[in-house]
Design a protein. Structure first.
Ligand code: EPZ
Length: 429
C-alpha cells in the first residue's frame, strides 16, 4: 500500500488549482441514469470515487467516454465525461460495489424514477458513523414507491411511476435531498421538499437537472419545488469547484505559513470556514482568479467551531481545522454535530504530539508549541488530509499509511503541495 512521507517545516507559496467537487460530480454522474441521451460533464476530478462510480454505472449498462486532454490543458484540468444510459441492462447495484462507497446507493432514485424498479445493496457501515438510509427510503415511499429489504438489498418498485408529494425531512440530509430531487424530477405531478439541504452541490445538481429539462425551483433554500416531467434530455454541465478541497488547502497554508492563491475557488461556498480561518489569524482575500490565503509569522489564535449543515461550518473540514488548532496559542473547542463518530483523527494527531481531549461530540484542543513527525494511519478521507496538514508543520518526518483514502477525494495532492514548496513524497508499494 502506498505511503506519503512529509518533511515538515516548509511554508507554502504559489498557486494551487482547485479541482471539480467530488461531492457534486458523484450525484451529477448518477443523474445520467435519468435520460437515454448523453450527459456531458466537464471538470470532473480524477479520483478513485469517480472511477468506482463509473464502474457501477457501467454495470447498469451506461456507456461512457472520457474525452482526451485538449491542447493547453494540464494534468489538473478536470476530465470531461460523456455518459449515456441509452440501454439499461441491469437495475441491480451489487454489494461488492455499493459497499465501497455510500454515494453509489443514490442510483436507486434515477433507476426507480425512470424504469420503475431498482435493487440496490444497503451501503453498510462507515468509519465516520452508522450513516443510515432511512430518510432516503422514506422520501421514495412518500413518492409512491414500494420498498422491501431482501437479503441485504433494498428492492424499490413503482411500476406505474412515482407520484409527486410533499416530503418534509425531519433533519437536513444532503443524500436525502439529492435522492428526492432526482426521483421527483420524473414523477407525475408536483413535489415539495421541506427542510431541504442547501449545500452548493445541491444547487449544482438542480442546475444540471434543469438543463436536462427538469423543472426545479428553490434549490439552495430549505424549500425546493419540483414539477415532474415525462422525460429528460441530454445536456452539458460543468462541475463546480470543490469547496472542501479549497478549505483544506486554505487550512494547510494557515498551518504551514506562506502565501497561496487557490485558483478557481469560490469564497461564497465556504464563508463560515473562511471566517474561522481569519479569526485564527490567516488573511483571506477573494481575487479575480480565486482566493488568496496568507499567514506570515502571526500566531495561530484558538477558535471554537461547531459543524452544521450549509451555510454552517462543514463537517468535511472539521478534521483539517482541528489539525490547525493543535498549534494554536490556547484552547479551542470543536463540536461535531453531523456524524457521531468523526473523531478518528484524534488518536493519530496525538501521535504527532497534539493534546486533544474528547467529551462526547466535543473535542477540546490544547494548542502545543510543536508537533513532531511520526508514522500515522489514515482512517477516512478527511481525517487523512488532516494528518497531511499536521505533518506540514511537524518537525521531522511524518509517514502517512493507508493513503488510498486520500486518493478517493484529493486530486494530485502531492503535486499541488510540492509545487508550493512542501516536501511531500509518495512511496509506492
Ligand atoms: C454528504 O454525505 C457528503 N457525501 C459527506 O461527505 C458529508 O460529510 C455530508 O454530506 C454532510 O455534509 C457526499 O456528498 C458524497 P447526509 P451524506 O445525508 O449525504 C443522517 C466526504 O468526506 N442521515 O447529509 O451521506 C446521517 O447519518 C463525505 O466527502 C440519517 O439519519 O450526508 C448524518 O448524521 C463524508 N438517515 C446526517 O443525517 C438518512 O437516511 C447528515 O447526512 C440519511 C442521513
Amino acid at each position: 500500500m502506498d505511503r506519503i512521507i512529509i518533511k515538515g517545516g516548509a511554508p507554502l507559496n504559489g498557486v494551487i488549482p482547485i479541482s471539480g467537487a467530488k461531492n457534486a460530480a458523484l450525484p451529477l454522474m448518477t443523474a445520467s441514469l435519468l435520460t437515454g441521451e448523453t450527459l456531458e460533464l466537464v471538470n470532473v476530478p480524477r479520483l478513485a470515487d469517480v472511477s468506482l462510480l463509473l464502474r457501477i454505472l457501467t454495470n447498469h449498462g451506461v456507456d461512457h467516454t472520457i474525452v482526451g486532454r485538449r491542447p493547453g490543458e494540464s494534468a489538473e484540468t478536470g476530465q470531461t465525461l460523456r455518459l449515456q444510459a441509452g440501454t439499461i441492462i441491469d437495475t441491480t447495484a451489487p454489494y461488492d460495489l455499493v459497499s465501497r462507497m455510500r454515494a453509489s446507493f443514490w442510483v436507486i432514485a434515477p433507476l426507480l424514477a425512470r424504469f420503475g424498479e431498482a435493487r440496490v445493496s444497503l451501503p453498510g457501515g462507515c468509519a465516520i458513523g452508522t450513516r443510515p438510509v432511512d430518510l432516503l427510503l422514506d422520501a421514495l415511499t412518500t413518492l409512491g414507491a414500494d420498498i422491501d429489504i431482501e437479503a441485504g438489498y433494498v428492492v424499490a418498485r413503482a411500476p406505474k411511476g412515482l407520484r409527486g408529494a410533499e416530503i418534509a425531512f425531519p433533519k437536513v440530509t444532503v443524500s436525502g435531498t439529492h435522492v428526492a430531487m432526482m426521483a421527483a424530477a420524473l414523477a407525475h405531478g408536483s413535489t415539495l421538499i421541506e427542510n431541504a439541504a442547501c449545500e452548493p452541490e445541491i444547487v449544482d445538481l438542480a442546475d444540471c437537472l434543469n438543463k436536462m429539462g427538469a423543472k426545479i425551483t428553490g434549490a439552495g433554500t430549505r424549500r425546493i419545488e419540483i414539477d415532474g416531467v415525462t422525460r429528460l434530455y441530454g445536456a452539458r454541465h460543468e462541475v463546480l469547484p470543490d469547496r472542501i478541497e479549497t478549505g483544506t488547502y486554505a487550512m494547510a497554508v494557515a498551518m504551514a505559513g506562506g502565501d497561496v492563491t487557490l485558483e478557481n475557488a469560490n469564497a461564497v461556498h465556504l464563508r463560515s470556514a473562511l471566517d474561522a480561518l481569519e479569526q485564527a489569524g490567516a488573511e483571506v482575500t477573494a481575487t479575480n482568479s480565486g482566493l488568496r490565503v496568507r499567514r506570515n509569522g502571526a500566531v495561530i489564535n484558538p477558535v471554537d467551531v461547531t459543524t452544521a449543515p450549509f451555510p454552517g461550518f462543514a463537517t468535511d473540514l472539521q478534521a483539517q481545522f482541528m489539525a490547525l488548532m493543535t498549534r494554536a496559542s490556547g484552547v479551542s473547542r470543536i463540536r461535531e454535530t453531523i456524524f457521531e463518530n468523526r473523531f478518528m483523527h484524534v488518536q493519530e494527531l496525538a501521535r504527532l504530539g497534539a493534546k486533544i481531549r474528547l467529551d462526547g461530540d466535543l473535542a477540546i484542543v490544547e494548542g502545543v508549541e510543536r508537533l513532531r513527525g511520526a508514522p500515522v494511519m489514515a482512517t477516512d478521507l478527511r481525517a487523512s488530509v488532516s494528518l497531511v496538514i499536521a505533518g506540514l508543520a511537524a518537525e521531522g518526518e511524518t509517514t502517512i499509511n493507508r493513503v488510498y483514502h486520500l486518493d478517493r477525494g484529493f486530486e494530485a495532492l502531492e503535486a499541488k503541495l510540492t509545487r508550493c514548496g512542501a516536501m511531500v513524497e509518495r512511496v509506492r508499494s
